[in-house]
Write a protein of this length. Structure first.
Length: 395
């Protein structure tokens, strides 16, 4: 009778067989679980565990692949990962090679929002005492927003209507999806390196919580808090709130309102100048009348009538002082009138419509005004604005 010999495997052989079976069986699989022991390595790779109440699986997400994750994973967050099972023979264990990751529903993002909001509140990032004052008359405003879209167009329109003297510097920014938070932080840093930016507006249009998530990232909140330049947050619609809104020096319900809060109304300035001029004239007239009454009283008094020598002496002093007072008042009136006239002419000189009416034209390319021939790009579309209309070129 022949004896059947039992097959004996080496450790490498059995591990190789297990590796083949697992990796060929689970080439693409989606798993839901809770993140634990999350570590973002200096190399850019992510290492973490995915667990539920009964088991734990090691996970790895490589640099480059994790660039497409639009949120910052953290311990305790429930996620759905998609990837493949791999076996690491030297250790004899298996893990998930994660190719994509998303929150396990909108509720998980909201929970992460509340956790971060509570933590930053306790650190004092929302305290009113840390808010910087928004300048009343900004000369240059930095816009951190998407270069294309309704938000930036609305803000430019509001600035031109309310305060055409202001200069706008647009930093084209990714405001949604993977890499958006990093781009926002980078542009906040760049704006702070400039010496002539008076206020920064961070803005984008409305959207879902996933669309707005870049403005809920901790790195964005801390960049806003560290900014030396005052920041106005105009993210989403009026009902939308982001972490950036709480940290910013001023929150606006929409991008358009953010620009309104950042700029004065030129019509109100003109009205203020007119009112100030009228008030100044009234004050001067009342002052002159008071001095006249006082002089009349002094001249009519007993001391001015007797003796004759004192009358003459004080009469000369009165004439001299009256002359000085009138001259000083006239000087102040001339100075105030010149100042008011200069301001009025400066405002009128910057009226774009009046300039265009004289025969000038504005050339724009890529939302910028072209002021030099060398700045004009013949390959790009352009718009020439006259007083009575616009002409589009190369569209």
């Amino acid at each position: 009778m022949l004896e059947v010999q039992e097959q004996i495997f080496s450790v490498s052989e059995i591990t190789k067989s297990i590796k083949f079976i697992l990796e060929s069986t689970f080439e693409k699989i989606s798993i839901e679980g809770e993140i634990s022991n999350f570590k973002a390595h200096g190399s850019g790779h992510w290492y973490f565990n995915l667990k539920d109440e009964g088991a734990v699986i090691n996970c790895t997400m490589w640099k480059g692949v994790n660039n497409y994750v639009f949120f910052s994973p953290e311990d305790g967050m429930k996620v759905v990962v998609t990837g493949r099972i791999t076996v690491y023979p030297p250790r004899g264990n298996y893990q998930i090679d994660v190719r994509s990751m998303k929150p396990a529903g909108v509720g998980e993002l909201q929970a992460a929002f509340e956790r971060l909001k509570k933590r930053l509140f306790e650190e004092g990032l929302f305290d009113q005492e840390n808010k910087k004052e928004i300048p009343a008359f900004p000369r240059k405003i930095g816009l951190i927003t998407a270069a294309e879209g309704a938000a930036v167009k609305d803000m430019i329109s509001v600035a031109q209507r309310r305060f055409p003297l202001v200069e706008l510097l647009i930093a084209p920014t990714k405001v949604q999806g993977a890499g958006a938070a990093e781009n926002i932080v980078e542009n906040i840093h760049k704006m702070n390196l400039l010496k002539d930016i008076d206020v920064i507006i961070i803005a984008r249009g409305g959207g879902s919580i996933e669309d707005l998530w870049a403005f809920n990232e901790e790195m964005v909140a801390r960049a806003i808090f560290k900014s030396k330049i005052p920041i106005i947050s105009g993210v989403g619609h009026e009902v939308d709130f982001a972490i950036a809104d709480f940290v910013a020096d001023l929150r606006a319900p929409t991008p358009s309102v953010a620009m309104e809060l950042a700029t004065p109304d030129i019509e109100e300035i003109k009205g203020f100048i007119k009112d100030s001029y009228s008030l100044s004239c009234d004050i001067i007239e009342r002052t002159l009348e008071n001095y006249r009454s006082e002089l009349d009283n002094q001249v009519s008094s007993y001391a001015f009538r007797y003796p004759l020598e004192k009358i003459r002496k004080y009469s000369q002093m009165i004439d001299l002082n009256t002359y000085k007072i009138v001259k000083e008042i006239e000087k102040k009136i001339v100075t105030a009138s010149s100042r008011i006239a200069l301001l009025s002419k400066s405002i009128e000189a910057h009226d774009i419509d009046k300039t265009l009416k004289k025969g000038f034209a504005l050339i724009r390319q890529n939302l910028k005004i072209i002021s030099r021939k060398n700045s004009f790009n013949y390959a790009e579309p352009a718009t020439i604005k006259f007083y009575d209309g616009e002409i589009k070129i190369n569209e």
